[in-house]
Design a protein around this ligand. Sequence first.
Ligand code: TRH
Length: 383
Amino acid sequence: MAGSLRWNLVCRVVDNYGDAGVAWRLARQLADEHRQSVTLWIDDVASLARLVPEIDADAPKPRAQGVDIRLGPSPGDAAVAEADVVVEAFGGGLPAPAVAAMAAAARPPVWIVLEYLSAEAWVDGAHGRASPHPATGSPRWVFFPGFTAATGGLLRERDLIARRDAVRADPRRRAATLARLGVARADTARVALVFVYPGIPPASLFDAWADAASPTIALVPPGVAVEAVDAWTGGLVPATGRSVTRGALTIAAVPFVAQREFDEVLWACDFALVRGEDSFVRAQWAALPFAWQAYAQEANAHLAKVDAFLARYVVGADPALAGATRAFWQALNTADAKALATTWPAFEAALPGLEERARGWASRLAAARDLAAQLVEFVEDRL
Ligand code: TRH
């Protein structure tokens, strides 16, 4: 262990919360668990402050949970090069003066490009490869999160599994979380988090849940599935903290919580629809049955990612469970309203089996080293 290094993490927020969310998780884990000196450079501090409310976005030099936060870098800024390690989150690029400063430095920082998560097989061969900067030839290394021992692993805080187990074993703590969200839990109801992208039409799914014999409470965060909730409630969209019930379904409009509380929301659920990268991973750590809506990419490239993940996730499963899971995930990822409703009953029947699978999957993943620990070691080997 080389002791405390100076890390500059650079994150450009493309949209939504995942870019900032992943960068923040890594930053705070490096600071908290590895005692590294971490600065997160981000071009949208206000978005980050949504996830980390203690950040004062207007302060000149905000600091939270042991991490320094800086707005930027601006295009003329070389300062991000002044560190032992520079992590370019999701290959967002660095300002030209910083690239030049690294090329000119006698001892340049270890330069890491942190990539997006994918379960595709090619990631095994790409993780950890040298990828010199095309213009300057400066050494750079690509670091891939992933699900196999040949990748950089997944972000997982040291105490996460123990905290999850303590909460999951205590129905009062789950009820307390729901109460904080404004939901009085009917004990017999299935609680489902609905955290999907706009444009998806889960109104058909809401209809299926409303017509079911047993009750469902759908937790819907602000700005999520807005059109579907609007359509399903006939315009009577509940205010945050309120709910609306029709048939067996209650839609509860829940507040957006701080990122450090997001796990507890998942732990209070029986099932989750998640998206992007970070909530996708957290649903796996929560050991919940879930369905994942991947971030849509050009030419439907995201469907290959969904297939690659499912190939690992349902490998060896009962064919009925595997088929039902594939069909429902496919409907979700192609935004096919009709298929969402028609594939739901078989997927619902598979939920008990998926719950068992989710537990096994989470424990297998937790046996691997987490991403932050692997990244620290990777960097130390290259200093
Ligand atoms: O918000 P996302 O869709 O983010 C992204 C971006 O779209 C990005 O461009 C894309 O590249 C990336 O996904 C893959 O989904 P994600 O990744 O799940 O991030 C959501 C974050 O928001 C996650 O850290 C959890 C957090 N969150 C809270 O902290 N509180 C909440 O109440 C909710 C609903 C989410």
